[in-house]
Design a protein around this ligand. Structure first.
Ligand code: NAI
Length: 348
């Protein structure tokens, strides 16, 4: 039974590229069954934006997000090496989406790692993602030298540390670990570590434990004993890499949602990309985008609906045992979605 909802919240919907439209379709069916409050403005970006209006980030898409301040986004394709700059990175810059929140929680027990409940907060606007890059030609080789400049600012470091620390307090987390490489990149990631220490000591000392770790050791410890961590806060590139790693601890990219949160808007998405290798086959796992939709419901104050969605996903996977191929099951996207909708309609 669909629960009628008197509320309506305008939000931008970008189905995205590759498997994007397939998992977006699944997510819309599920949100419909839940009675979610969103009224969608459909927009295109990425390769779909190029195909529709020769622009990977069309003005209409930007205008829509500027108006709604809220978006659910499928993965957007970015050409490797040449071609246009990532529309994802441009969206994060345009709307100052400085915090990337990526939780990873075990939903299917009995895997290689059980009882994982980690949250990674990644700085989303600075670091090595700024795109200050160029080649230096030497002796007729146009790409003889490749250079990239990373930038981290005190203000950016303060902002991301406060976001992570406030989240830890709000959610009752026990420990936050600052991940850095300040032994080598003493300025670029040194400023982040220095700021994390200062803010923790001045404002959060009695609220949760704080520790620091070098990124390479963190990557190793995450696969040796992930339970020693609770929350991680880190700079842009390290956060990108480690969030895929923690997704791997809970069943892979098909299970990992992300929220990009800033002063001007919030955009929710799956951590994974457009998965061109399985696009159009109807076998993609829609759970990451569904969990992102649950985070979006939390964000607009519909926490109970978000919880119902998470519980229904849990029950579909573990009681009904309906799973897509990436999780070792045999269901395709349509069959998984139908089972999840049935769960929701049955009340969980
Ligand atoms: P990818 O995440 O698309 O795929 C990596 C592997 O995971 C593939 O084998 C794929 O089949 C599998 N996979 C991913 N999502 C899945 C799902 N929901 N269900 C089942 N299997 C799934 O990474 P890749 O191949 O490196 O990137 C492809 C494109 O996506 C690139 O153009 C990249 O720039 C873009 N991308 C976009 C992101 C975004 O929009 N936020 C994030 C990451 C990549």
């Amino acid at each position: 039974m669909t629960i009628p909802n008197p509320h309506s919240i305008p939000a931008t919907l970008i189905p995205g590229d590759g498997i994007g439209p397939e998992i977006t379709d699944a997510t819309l069916q599920v949100l419909d069954a839940l009675g979610a409050p969103f009224v969608w403005e459909w927009q295109v970006a990425g390769a779909a934006g190029v195909a529709a209006c020769c622009d990977p980030l069309p003005q209409a898409c930007l205008d829509s997000i500027r108006k709604t301040k809220l978006a659910l986004k499928g993965p957007l394709e970015t050409p490797v090496s040449g071609g246009y700059r990532s529309s994802n990175v441009r969206l994060r810059e345009e709307f100052k989406l400085y915090a990337n929140l990526r939780p990873a929680r075990t939903i299917i027990p009995g895997g290689r790692f059980d009882n994982i409940d980690l949250v990674l907060v990644r700085e989303n606007n600075e670091g090595l993602y700024m795109g200050y890059e160029h080649f230096i030609p030497i002796d007729g080789d146009p790409h003889a030298v490749g250079m990239s400049t990373g930038i981290n600012t005190r203000q950016g470091c303060r902002r991301i540390c406060r976001f992570a620390f406030d989240y830890a307090v709000r959610k009752g987390r026990k420990k936050v670990t600052a991940v850095h490489k300040a032994n080598i990149m003493k300025a670029l990631t040194g400023i982040f570590l220095e700021t994390a220490r200062e803010i923790y000591a001045a404002e959060y000392q009695d609220k949760f434990a704080f520790e620091e770790i070098i990124v390479d050791a963190c990557a190793m410890k995450l696969v040796m004993n992930p339970w020693q961590f609770d929350m991680l806060v880190t700079t842009n590139l390290f956060g990108d890499i480690l969030s895929d790693e923690i997704a791997g601890l809970v069943g892979g990219l098909g299970m990992a949602p992300g929220a990009n949160i800033g002063e001007d808007a919030a955009i929710f998405e799956a951590v994974h990309g457009s998965a061109p290798d399985i696009a159009g086959k109807g076998i993609a796992n829609p759970i990451a985008l569904l969990l992102a939709a649950a985070m979006m419901l939390d964000h607009v104050g519909f926490v109970e609906l978000g919880d119902r969605l998470r519980q229904a996903i849990d029950a579909t996977l573990n009681i009904d045992k309906v799973r897509t191929g990436d999780l070792g099951g045999t269901a395709n996207t349509r069959e998984f979605t139908a089972a999840l909708v049935k769960r929701i309609q049955a009340g969980g």
